[in-house]
Design a protein around this ligand. Structure first.
Ligand code: FES
Length: 94
């Protein structure tokens, strides 16, 4: 009922922009996810958004994918996480 948006992304990625995660590089993680989405034409499948503190500030940058929380230490780990979730196979780098 009331489905007026036919392009609702199926997956939601929230990247913590709280001060602790920000200092650990949340923007690099955000950039990595956005770049991967573009590269694999997943912009309409995966919605990426910034988020407030997820209250898991001790480890890496907090990233929530479809309600599941992950700790991402750097952009390289962001690539691995994205690949595991949305590409399901080793990424081919050219
Ligand atoms: S600042 Fe990111 S989890 Fe707290």
């Amino acid at each position: 009922m009331g489905e007026h948006d036919t392009r609702t992304p199926r997956h939601r990625v929230e990247i913590c922009m709280g001060s602790s995660c920000f200092l650990k590089g949340s923007y690099q993680v955000l950039d990595a996810f956005q770049e991967l989405c573009r590269r694999h034409a997943l912009q309409e499948t995966v919605a990426i958004a910034g988020a407030f503190c997820k209250e898991h500030c001790r480890d890496g940058v907090s990233v929530e994918i479809d309600g599941q929380l992950f700790s991402v230490p750097d952009a390289e780990a962001a690539h691995a996480l994205f690949t595991a979730h949305f590409l399901r196979g080793p990424e081919t780098s050219s």
